[in-house]
Design a binder for this molecule. Structure first.
Ligand code: AMP
Length: 269
């Protein structure tokens, strides 16, 4: 497994390889959800590149950035074990040099509402870093998780606008056995918190069975709140013209706080 800290070395290695490249960007603290993306990439490409970079520009709360888990040593061990080709762990200066001449794209309309409203600047930060990472890794295919559904929509839009040759893939959400969506932030939950967290998926699932009608959404919100979770939003998102199936879709999307930890989840209807 190649390990690159410098953009220059990564780019030069990438240019020397001629096979197909799958790319999985992450912020580390890797769990089985991340690994599912990598396994999919490894099955469908000659090379798989993983990046680990906690991008300050996509955090709208300094405290969330400061508390974001860092488990680099364990992450590298996991990546070595599953056998990815290369890992890119850039420093801040590599990604955002003092003399920054990179002209990054701006997020499109999918960035409006939901995460875009509750985390001002979040998608600008995501697109800023993902755009650079796509440019350096020059992948044939990229892999993103459905857990961050709105991010999938924003990135597939970026690809449509600026990287037409990249194939976008989204991978279903990996969950704990009780249904809690795997997330690096779950590491900050107590055992009791993890137990309460299972109410999110259980209630989204119930609501999805009733097609997410208004009364079902209200019941879902009440149950989640009464389990001790502060709901930030719980609603239906609509999209169309996405370059993957389902091209036209609806999903129930949730964001909320449990023990001070922000959790998100969704179910496609
Ligand atoms: P992150 O490290 O949180 O930026 O996530 C890196 C990638 O992993 C993103 O495309 C996420 O959507 C994806 N991901 C995170 N959690 C999960 C999960 N539970 N199942 C599938 N993919 C996930």
């Amino acid at each position: 497994m190649k390990l690159f800290y410098s953009t220059r070395k990564l780019v030069s290695w990438r240019q020397s390889e001629s096979g197909s490249v799958g790319f999985v960007p992450t912020m580390g603290a890797l769990h089985d959800g991340h690994l599912a993306l990598m396994r999919e990439s490894m099955q469908n490409n000659d090379f798989t590149i993983v990046s680990i970079f906690v991008n300050p520009k996509q955090f709208n709360r300094q405290e969330d950035f400061d508390n974001y888990p860092n488990t680099l040593k364990t992450d590298l061990k996991k990546l070595q074990e599953i056998g990815v080709s290369a890992v890119f762990v850039p420093t801040m200066e590599e990604v955002y040099p003092t003399e920054d001449t990179y002209k990054t794209a701006k997020p499109g309309a999918f960035a409006i509402g939901f995460e875009g409203d509750f985390r001002p600047g979040h998608f600008e930060g995501v697109v800023n870093v993902v755009d650079r990472l796509f440019y350096w890794t020059n992948p044939n295919q990229v892999y993103f998780g459905q857990k961050d559904l709105q991010q999938c929509l924003v990135i597939s839009d970026l690809i449509k606008e600026k990287y037409k040759d990249i194939r976008f893939n989204w991978i279903p959400t990996e969950r704990e056995s009780d249904g809690l969506a795997m997330s690096s932030r779950n590491k900050r939950l107590s055992e009791n918190g993890k137990h309460i967290g299972q109410q999110i998926y259980a209630n989204l699932f119930k609501c999805a069975e009733q097609e997410g009608v208004k009364a079902a959404l209200d019941n879902c919100r009440n149950s989640i709140v009464s389990s001790g979770i502060d709901v930030e939003y719980l609603d239906i998102i609509h999209w169309n013209d996405m370059p993957v199936e389902p091209k036209t879709g609806r999903a129930i999307v949730f964001a909320g706080y449990l023990e001070g930890v922000r959790l998100i989840d969704n179910i496609i209807l």
